[in-house]
Design a protein around this ligand. Structure first.
Ligand code: ADP
Length: 537
C-alpha cells in the first residue's frame, strides 16, 4: 500500500492538485463552500473514504462538514469530538497527529451520527492555521492501519495551508457582508430621516423614513440635490457650511424642508462627512422633524408669557396697598408694624423682579431687540441696587462695601434690565454668603468697556460647575445651601449679552466668588442672540 501511495503522490500529481484547488478557492465562495472544497480535495488526493472538517473563528466553533454529507449538527460535535477527541487535541496543540491504529485509541471518537465512520484502521488530523490563528481542523480516516505516510502528511499540510488562508479570507468577507447587511437594515428602518449625498450635495441614498417624510420615492430623491430639499434663500446650507462639512466638521442647524406636496416642515439637521470606502466620501444628513415640538414650544411660551403678564396686575395692587397702608400707619405706636410692612414690600419687589426676569428671558431667547435704552450713570444704577438689597444684607449682618470708580463714561442701556442684573448678583452673594461675611461691589473701566464686579466671601463655586451655572435651571448640588430655581444667572447672561457685553465668574473655595460683567461703552447694535439655526459645532 505504501509503494502504491508513493506512486500516486508523485510530485507532478501533487502540484496539479494544489494548483486546481488554488484556482477553485476564489473570493466569490462562501466559507461553507471553501470547507467542502478543501475537504473533497484532501480526501481525493489521499484516497481516504472518510473525512471531516471543522471550522473555527476566534476559537469559536463555526461549522462542521463530513465527506459526502451536509453540515453536521454542532451540539454533539462540540461536546464529543472537540471536547475529548482527536480534533480537540489537535486544536489545542496546534500540530498534526497520526493515529496508526484507531481501534484502541481513546482519542478516536468518530463523528456522532456518522455510521460510516470507521472503527478500525488509521487516522490523520491536521490543523488549519493562518497567521498563527487556528481556523479549523481536517480529520481523515482509512480502514487500513498505518495508511498515512510522511508524504501524505506533507501534502495535507500544503492543502491545509491553502485552505486556511482561503477560509480566513472568506470568513472576513462574510463578516463584512453581514455588517453591511446589518447597516443597510438599520439605515432603512431608522425612524429618523437620513439622506446621504456626495460632497456637492447630490443625493445618492435615502432611507424609508426620509421618503415618507418628504413624500418622494427613493428614485425621485436620488435625482435631486440637498439644496432643493431645503428651502433655498434662507442660507442654512451656505457655501461655508459645505466647507465645514468637507473639512470633516459636524454641522447642526435648523432649517425648513419642502415636501413633495408643497408644504414646508421645520427640521433640525445634523450633517457630517462620512467615509464609506476608499475615495468614497459622503455627507450624511439626519433630518429631525420639529413641527410638533415647535408648536408645543410656542404654545408653552405663549401660555407662560400670559401667566407671567397677568400676575403683574395683582402684584401691582399689592404694592400700592402696602404703600397706602404704610402711610396710614406711619404714626402707629407699634413699630413692628412698619417693619412687617417693609418685609411684605420687599417680598413683593422680589416676586416682581422674578416675573420681569422670566419675561425678559423669554423675549431675549426669541432674539428680540432691546427697546428701552437710555444713557445712564452706572454708579447711580449700582447705588440704587445696593440700597434695595441693604436690608436683606443687614438681616444676615453682611457688610456691603462700595468701591465705585469716578468719572466712568455714560452707558446706553436698558437700566431696569441692567439694574436687575446687579440685584440678582447681589441677591446671590447675600444668599450664599454666611452671616458676618462681606460683599464688595466695584466698578472700573478698561479700553472700551465698563466692568461691574461683585465679590463675596461665600463658599465659592467648584471649578467644574462654573461653566454651567449660567445655563437655565442649572444649580450646583451642595449640601446646606439655600434653594433657588437656577434662573437668575441665566437671565444675567442673556441680559448682558443682549447689550453686547459678557459675564463670567472667578471663584475658589477659599476666597468666595467674584462675578464680573463688562458692558461696551460705545453702544453696539443689540447683539444677535444665538438662534438654534446658526450654531456650528
Ligand atoms: P439660584 O440662585 O436661583 O439657584 P442662579 O442662576 O442665580 O440660581 O445661580 C445658579 C447656581 O450658581 C446657584 O444654585 C448656586 O449654586 C451658584 N451660585 C450663584 N451665585 C453664587 C455665589 N455668589 N456663591 C456661590 N454659589 C453661587
Amino acid at each position: 500500500m505504501g509503494a502504491l501511495l508513493q506512486a500516486r503522490l508523485s510530485e507532478t500529481l501533487r502540484l496539479a492538485l494544489v494548483y486546481r484547488l488554488a484556482r477553485e478557492l476564489n473570493a466569490d465562495l462562501r466559507p461553507a463552500d471553501v470547507l467542502r472544497r478543501v475537504l473533497n480535495a484532501t480526501a481525493e488526493a489521499l484516497g481516504t473514504p472518510h473525512a471531516s472538517i471543522i471550522a473555527l473563528r476566534e476559537r469559536q466553533f463555526q461549522g462542521c462538514y463530513a465527506l459526502g454529507g451536509g453540515e453536521i449538527d454542532p451540539e454533539p460535535v462540540l461536546r464529543h469530538v472537540i471536547a475529548n477527541g482527536l480534533a480537540g487535541f489537535v486544536m489545542h496543540n496546534y500540530r498534526t497527529v497520526i493515529l496508526n491504529d484507531i481501534s484502541n485509541n481513546p482519542l478516536w471518537l468518530p463523528l456522532p451520527n456518522e455510521p460510516l465512520s470507521p472503527q478500525e484502521g488509521s487516522a490523520l488530523c491536521v490543523p488549519l492555521i493562518h497567521s498563527g490563528d487556528m481556523v479549523g481542523v481536517i480529520t481523515l480516516a482509512h480502514p487500513a492501519r498505518s495508511y498515512f505516510t510522511a508524504d501524505a502528511v506533507n501534502l495535507t499540510n500544503t492543502i491545509s495551508e491553502l485552505g486556511a488562508a482561503a477560509l480566513t479570507y472568506t470568513m472576513l468577507l462574510e463578516a463584512a457582508r453581514q455588517t453591511e447587511e446589518r447597516y443597510a437594515t438599520l439605515f432603512d428602518d431608522a425612524i429618523v430621516s437620513i439622506i446621504i449625498t456626495d460632497l456637492q450635495g447630490n443625493i445618492v441614498q435615502v432611507n424609508r423614513s426620509a421618503c415618507n417624510f418628504l413624500g418622494y420615492t427613493s428614485e425621485e430623491l436620488r435625482r435631486q440635490n440637498i439644496m432643493s430639499i431645503h428651502r433655498l434663500g434662507t442660507g442654512p446650507i451656505g457655501a461655508d457650511r459645505f466647507e465645514h462639512l468637507k473639512r470633516g466638521l459636524a454641522v447642526r442647524f435648523q432649517s425648513v424642508v419642502w415636501t413633495k406636496d408643497g408644504t414646508n416642515r421645520a427640521v433640525l439637521v445634523h450633517a457630517k462627512r462620512i467615509n464609506i470606502g476608499k475615495n468614497d466620501d459622503r455627507i450624511q444628513w439626519i433630518e429631525h422633524d420639529m413641527t410638533s415640538q415647535i408648536m408645543l414650544e410656542q404654545l408653552r411660551r405663549d401660555l407662560s408669557a400670559m401667566v407671567y403678564h397677568d400676575m403683574r396686575g395683582p402684584l401691582g395692587n399689592i404694592y400700592t396697598s402696602l404703600e397706602a397702608l404704610k402711610k396710614l400707619l406711619v404714626d402707629h405706636e407699634n413699630k413692628s408694624i412698619q417693619s412687617l410692612l417693609d418685609v411684605a414690600a420687599r417680598s413683593e419687589r422680589q416676586v416682581r423682579r422674578m416675573i420681569d426676569s422670566l419675561l425678559d428671558v423669554q423675549r431675549l431667547e426669541e432674539g428680540n431687540k432691546l427697546l428701552t435704552r437710555q444713557n445712564i450713570k452706572i454708579s447711580t444704577l449700582v447705588e440704587n441696587a445696593v440700597e434695595q438689597m441693604q436690608p436683606l444684607a443687614e438681616e444676615k449682618t453682611i457688610l456691603i462695601r462700595l468701591a465705585l470708580a469716578d468719572d466712568l463714561p455714560m452707558l446706553y442701556v436698558d437700566d431696569n434690565m441692567i439694574g436687575r442684573v446687579v440685584i440678582n448678583l447681589l441677591d446671590n452673594a447675600i444668599k450664599y454668603t454666611p452671616e458676618g461675611g462681606s460683599i464688595t461691589v466695584s466698578t472700573a473701566t478698561s479700553g472700551n468697556e465698563v466692568y461691574i464686579r461683585i465679590k463675596d466671601t461665600g463658599p465659592g463655586i467648584p471649578f467644574e460647575a462654573q461653566a454651567m451655572i449660567f445655563d437655565k435651571f442649572a444649580r450646583v448640588k451642595q449640601r446646606n445651601m439655600p434653594h433657588g430655581v437656577g434662573l437668575g444667572l441665566a437671565f444675567c447672561k442673556l441680559a448682558v449679552e443682549a447689550h453686547g457685553g459678557r459675564i463670567w465668574v472667578n471663584s475658589n473655595e477659599q476666597s468666595g466668588s467674584t462675578f464680573t460683567f463688562a458692558l461696551p461703552v460705545e453702544a453696539p447694535a443689540t447683539k444677535e442672540l444665538p438662534i438654534l439655526g446658526t450654531a456650528v459645532q
